[in-house]
Design a protein around this ligand. Structure first.
Ligand code: NI
Length: 154
């Protein structure tokens, strides 16, 4: 017979707990969550917790994650299209897909879907960020391998 020494919590089990807030802060928080479209505090807290857990700075160097690099650049600036292509070929192992949108006659928006060790993704992001002609580049992590199976896609 199978013996279980530890209670394994059901992935969908909800745990209730009490939180103390200064009155002013909860007033501001309630206003914030209304503006964000939440109908209750619990869902807002859950989203904030998930966002905190996915903050890129908290991962260890070899942790495997998935996410996106979103960037805006001036495609006329020097040889940026060519440099960007070369860079993406260097990181081919970490890049799943790239979407390019011509925003106007000058600016391009590029969304790079990435999956790999956070160190590599950070290195790629940094290389993009310092390129001449890049106005904006942000790495955001939306998934890591140890994430609850209940929220993973298969
Ligand atoms: Ni373009």
């Amino acid at each position: 017979m199978e013996k279980k020494s530890h209670h394994t919590p059901d992935k969908d089990e909800l745990v209730r707990f009490g939180v103390s807030f200064p009155a002013v802060l909860i007033e501001q928080f309630d206003r914030y969550i209304r503006e964000q479209g939440y109908t209750n505090r619990s869902e807002a807290f859950r989203d904030l917790a998930r966002r905190a857990i996915l903050e890129p700075s908290r991962f260890t160097a070899d942790q495997r994650v998935a996410g996106t690099i979103v960037m805006v650049y001036d495609h006329h600036s020097s040889d940026i299209p060519q440099k960007l292509t070369e860079l993406q070929h260097t990181f081919y192992d970490d890049i799943i897909s790239t979407m390019h949108i011509h925003l106007n006659s000058v600016l391009c928006l590029e969304v790079i879907a990435v999956r790999g060790e956070i160190t590599n993704l950070r290195a790629l992001h940094q290389r993009i960020q310092v390129m001449k002609g890049v106005f904006y580049a942000e790495l955001s992590v939306t998934y890591f391998e140890e994430m609850s199976a209940g929220h993973a896609h298969d």
